[in-house]
Ligand binder design. Structure first.
Ligand code: SF4
Length: 223
């Protein structure tokens, strides 16, 4: 009797492992196709398998000493594409943008307030430029040093959409937890505590697609 029970448990574990392996293979095939070809196939299936296998995939990649950030990049790209249509329909005034304070210049004159860094648009880093464009569109910008400040922002005002910039891991986790706010994310090209880099044109592109659609270009704000 006991032997039968152990055999049954063993068989169940093997079946679950095989299912997990199949889900991981599906996630990797669809995810790599998305990153390489910039084409999304079976988005619902990819989101489903990615949500289920995210922790396992991260552990496997780390164990194999592969770049596990790729999993977060796939997840961000996928969520951006799934949300894009709905996000494009939002009025800019209902959208907020959250930037990481590590983007600021080392000699930034801004002080830290209750809602994050109070940028004075001194022109020493891209935050000032993004703030200026966002103000033209009535998008509120929050420059935050960490997740505690994001919680303050959530308490302060209501919004329907969010543009986020952060390192891939933080951004992916934030997009997962802010799913109801149709997030659009742009991950940092170089992360760290200071002097980080983001593709500013990519962020402007996302700002531009909110309603009413605009065509602001980086050059217009850096002359
Ligand atoms: S533009 Fe804003 S965030 Fe950047 S260095 Fe100047 S005050 Fe600081």
């Amino acid at each position: 009797m006991d032997l039968n029970l152990f055999t049954l448990i063993g068989e169940l574990v093997v079946i679950l492992l095989i299912i997990l392996l199949i889900l991981i293979c599906i996630t990797l095939i669809l995810g790599l196709y998305l990153i390489k070809n910039k084409k999304l196939v079976f988005p619902g299936l990819l989101l489903f398998t990615l949500n289920l296998t995210y922790p396992a995939l991260k552990k496997i990649f780390k164990w194999l000493q592969l770049n596990d950030i790729l999993i977060d990049q796939i997840s961000i790209d996928l969520r951006n594409r799934i949300n894009r249509k709905k996000f494009q329909q939002l009025q800019a005034k209902d959208v907020i943008m959250v930037l990481p304070h590590c983007l600021r210049a080392t000699n930034c004159p801004a002080v830290l307030g209750e809602s994050g860094l109070e940028c004075v648009k001194c022109g020493k880093c891209c935050i000032g430029t993004l703030k200026e464009i966002s103000e033209k569109k009535e998008i509120d910008v929050y420059i935050v040093p960490g997740s505690t400040f994001i919680k303050n922002v959530l308490k302060q005002r209501t919004f329907k959409g969010v543009i986020g910039v952060a390192c891939p891991i933080d951004l992916n986790l934030a997009m997962m937890s802010l799913e109801e706010f149709t997030p659009q994310g742009v991950y940092l090209l170089k992360d760290g505590c200071i002097n980080t880099i983001v593709d500013v044109e990519e962020v402007i592109e996302v700002i531009n697609i909110t309603q009413p659609v605009t065509n602001y270009k980086l050059e217009e704000f850096t002359k």
